[in-house]
Unconditional design. Sequence first.
Length: 139
Amino acid sequence: MGVKGFTVFELLIVMMITGIVMAIAVPRARAGLDRAVVRSAATDVRATLGLARTLALAGHSVVVVEVDSGRGMLRIRRGSNVLLRRAVEYAHGVELRATRDSLVYDPYGMGRGASNLSVLIRKGAAVETVFVSRHGRIR
């Protein structure tokens, strides 16, 4: 009566094939997750900038958005009052860099100092940039 089962050689072949498939699949999955996280962080940055513009329009007052690249944080201020702090780096696990450290929305929603503002969001090889036009529009 023979014992049925697999030989060590057969198990070794299956393990090698599994290893090769994993070596191909894991980096692709990680890159896809990085892209999704960066996209989510960019949406968060756009929403925060949009909120600042809306607050300026609704309150008929100057609203400042401070971009703290060192901490990966956005702050919305009206005068000396901080209305919102959003720690984008911490919340999404991304790197946040900006070409300027602040943006000012006037009471009409126009951006002052916004003509060259771009916020770069990066994780791994995934990168997305949020631009603010000189009129204060976000894209």
